[in-house]
Ligand binder design. Structure first.
Ligand SMILES: C[S@@+](CC[C@H](N)C(=O)[O-])C[C@H]1O[C@@H](n2cnc3c(N)ncnc32)[C@H](O)[C@@H]1O
Length: 483
């Protein structure tokens, strides 16, 4: 068993940096190495970091844990509380389920309290939260509502079905990319929270939120337990595991289950024989942080960030998204690379107003934080005839019509070579770059063979978008002129 965090009980007010915490950030599958680069840039080259499918895991001292929420490639951020490399799950379902109750106890009071201290600090949860001495707990005993007037009786529904979280979050990443295992499951059936608010972290938990009703006393957090499981040969499903694990938390800690308006999400992760427990530091994906006005194919900010990062933007670069839709790419770019110039265009009538509304909303938030306004130039144009001078753009970054929700694959066969030729005219020879995202891999690959004299393929990240494979192609402009 490895203990990612110290067994000592710490005082959250001490901000003791001698204790190192393990953080798991979920990222778009295929962009792990880009996320790793971001972590190294932000936390230093000596950071202890590893990649796993759909996530990066790294260590930070107490005072830096909150900075993990500022990572632009991260979808969700979790604090590791406990991990077991060889769990030895029982092949008997009843016994295996008891193991999850035992796990809650085995994590121990000190590890729970250390994790909760960090969670409270990062999420600004103002009430004290602690877990009781677990050594005396009998794992087979469940309490009834009569035991404690403040807490509802064991709320676990045995037939619970999991909620499906937003595409690209850990839930989908974990399940879409493996053919075994099952989706995420919370301790009670749930339809999921349909409104994804812009404030995606739990940083703004307010005192008011803590008192959900007169049945919940101060200091009793509302929680949900979620299970992500991948791997074959388990005698249980994730609904069973989440039920038992969450039920034990409810029984032992007397926290109140609330799947929608929870303060804290405790996650049981099972990967083959490995098991680990995390506390979520984000409540919903960070991938929608910049966009309020969505179009049919709005790109997540996390994907936009990774594409921008692939292109190696330098100060003074002119960066253009020639099929910019609602502006995800230039907005993310203008936030992260303030010394570059961003412009975008689209031929759709709604695109201009969407970009304008998204930029206006962001600038309102920035003004409140006394940050300078973002500038993104927006045009209505046809990508095949850009109203831009030859050799005037350093970097093109765009997600092309995939031919599914937007356009069709037949049209792509004409469109893609036309786009690549026009972008080659406008890109600066020898130094110009492009990052093109598409699911229509065959079409772009064939176009690049034809137009190899204009664009050299330098790198490709094969990523997962909503369960489908797409390629982010990094291209370098050659010195040749367009014929
Ligand atoms: C995959 S979407 C891009 C979505 C965008 N990244 C966002 O986050 O909103 C492709 C975009 O290409 C635009 N498009 C298609 N054909 C075009 C053309 N000939 N000229 C300019 N834009 C075009 C579509 O209107 C659409 O907004």
């Amino acid at each position: 068993m490895a203990a990612p965090i110290s067994n000592e009980i710490i005082d959250a007010n001490k901000h003791d940096d001698s204790i190192i915490y393990k953080i798991e950030a979920t990222v778009v599958t295929g962009f792990e190495r880009i996320a790793k680069q971001e972590c190294i840039e932000k936390f230093g080259s000596n950071i202890n970091i590893s990649e796993r499918q759909g996530r990066v895991i790294f260590e930070l001292p107490f005072s830096k844990v909150h900075l993990a929420l500022d990572l632009h490639s991260a979808e969700n951020v979790y604090l590791l509380v406990h991990e077991i490399d060889d769990f030895a799950f029982s092949t008997d379902k009843t016994t295996a389920l008891l193991q999850f109750r035992q796990l809650v106890k085995d994590i121990g009071q000190a590890r729970w309290n250390n994790g909760l201290a960090v969670w409270r600090e990062v999420c600004n949860y103002e009430q004290s939260v602690s877990v009781p001495d677990l050594t005396q707990i009998d794992i087979s005993v469940t309490h009834s509502s009569n035991d404690d007037p403040h807490v509802e009786s064991h709320p676990v529904s045995p037939g619970a079905t999991g909620e499906q979280r937003d595409s690209g979050e850990k839930s989908n990443e974990a399940t879409e990319m493996t053919d075994a295992g099952d989706g995420p499951t919370s301790v009670q059936s749930d339809t999921g929270d349909p409104k994804m608010k812009d404030d995606h972290s739990c940083q703004n938990s307010k005192l008011d939120d803590v008192v959900v009703s007169d049945r919940v006393p101060l200091g009793v957090p509302r929680f949900r337990a979620t299970c992500y499981r991948t791997g074959k040969h388990h005698s249980f499903g994730s609904p069973d595991a989440a039920c038992e694990f969450g039920g034990a938390i409810n029984d032992f800690f007397r926290w109140k289950v609330d799947l929608k308006n929870f303060d804290i999400e405790v996650v049981l992760n099972i990967e083959d024989q490995r098991g680990y427990v995390t506390l979520a530091l984000t409540k919903a994906t960070l991938g929608k942080r910049n966009i309020n006005h969505f179009g049919p194919t709005t790109l997540k900010s996390t994907i936009a960030y990774c594409m921008l990062r692939m292109s190696g933007i330098k100060d003074g670069d002119v960066v253009c998204d020639p099929m910019g839709g609602g502006g995800s790419i230039p907005i993310e770019g203008a936030i992260c690379w303030p010394n570059a110039h961003f412009l975008c265009g689209d031929n759709h009538g709604m695109a201009e107003s969407r970009v304008h509304s998204n930029v206006t909303d962001i600038n309102q938030q920035r003004a409140e934080k006394e940050q300078g306004a973002l500038k993104v130039d927006m045009f209505r144009w046809d990508v095949k005839r850009l109203p831009l001078h030859d050799s005037s753009v350093d970097v093109f970054i765009t997600d092309m019509p995939f031919g599914k929700r937007m356009g069709n694959k037949f049209d792509n066969r004409r469109l893609y070579p036309q786009v690549l030729t026009e972008l080659a005219r406008v890109a600066r020879p020898t130094t110009g770059r492009a990052v093109m995202l598409t699911q229509d891999k065959k079409c772009i690959q064939q176009s690049l063979i034809r137009l190899g004299y204009l664009w050299r393929r330098a790198d490709t990240c094969w990523i997962n978008i909503g369960g489908l494979s797409a390629g982010a192609f990094l291209l370098y402009r050659t010195a040749n002129i367009v014929k």
